[in-house]
Design a protein around this ligand. Structure first.
Ligand SMILES: [Cu+2]
Length: 267
């Protein structure tokens, strides 16, 4: 009996150890390229580890049961009928309830740290007039010194493209260019149906809704070219509704901006 208990404790510890090791050492996500990315990835890591514990634990339990409770040669019938087990039922109700509750609270905390709980109609004086209601969006993780110097960009989404208007330069681009480590405020509007602006490397996604402007603030942290993907089924060519975001050094961004400034529509 004691040996059995030791085996059980050893197996459970091993499952936890393997799950934590994989959770901390295997990265399934794309590069982290915005200040929101590491925050989001904390949550993903926790969910991944919980998933691994359940998956590995269940697999071991199933394989063990296949051998332990297999039909013996001399056995006839289905074996002894099992009655209910109240303790077991209480345990497997309480443990998942606690896990789900904790994940819910933790997700709320992560969403808050990503700026999802911020009041949207304040601090965006450049983006919204008094009469215009901003309906939804993700604001910034922290109000730091650069917030006054936000780069504002207006995004128009339509079947099946994104257009980026730079009001300061008075030009429209089909490619989104932003300088690295600069807070960007985007006001997004749809010309037709619901679209969604998604940059997996930034871990941000926001719906773009006709008639209801949404905002999205982010700060890119890594120079590179990343895909912008429409994440809302918006019509037959939804799958082709993609654009690129180019995060570059400030000097490169300024070169690009000055080249396009006040020129004709540049697509
Ligand atoms: Cu779309």
């Amino acid at each position: 009996m004691l040996i059995k208990k030791i085996y059980l404790i050893f197996t459970i510890s091993l499952v936890f150890a393997i799950s934590f090791w994989i959770g901390f050492n295997v990265n399934l996500l794309p590069a982290e390229a915005s200040i929101n990315a590491p925050i989001y990835d904390e949550l993903f890591k926790i969910l991944f580890i919980i998933g691994l514990i359940i998956f590995i634990g269940m697999t071991i339990a199933v394989i063990y049961s296949l051998f332990k409770f297999r039909k013996r040669n001399d056995q006839i019938g289905d074996g002894i009928a099992l009655e209910g087990n109240l303790t077991l039922e209480i345990v497997w109700t309480i443990i998942p309830s606690i896990i789900v509750l904790l994940i819910g609270l933790y997700s709320y905390n992560i969403y808050d740290r990503m700026g999802g709980m911020k009041e949207l109609n304040h601090n965006h004086e450049m983006m919204s007039s008094d009469t215009e209601k901003i309906w939804a969006g993700i604001s910034q993780t922290s109000d730091n010194a650069i917030s006054k110097n936000n780069l504002s960009i207006e995004v128009s989404a339509m079947q099946f493209a994104f257009l980026f208007n730079y009001p300061k330069g008075n030009f429209i681009s089909g490619e989104l260019h932003v300088p690295v480590d600069q807070k960007v405020s985007m006001k997004m509007e749809s010309k037709d149906v619901i679209h969604a602006f998604w940059v997996p490397e930034f871990r941000i996604k926001q719906d773009i809704i006709p008639g209801q402007p949404t905002i999205l603030n982010f700060t890119p942290t890594k120079v590179g070219k990343y895909p912008i993907i429409c994440a809302e089924l918006c019509g037959p060519y939804h799958g082709g509704m993609r654009a690129s975001i180019i995060v570059e050094e400030e000097s490169d961004y300024n070169d690009w901006f000055n080249k396009n400034k006040k020129s004709e529509v540049n697509l």
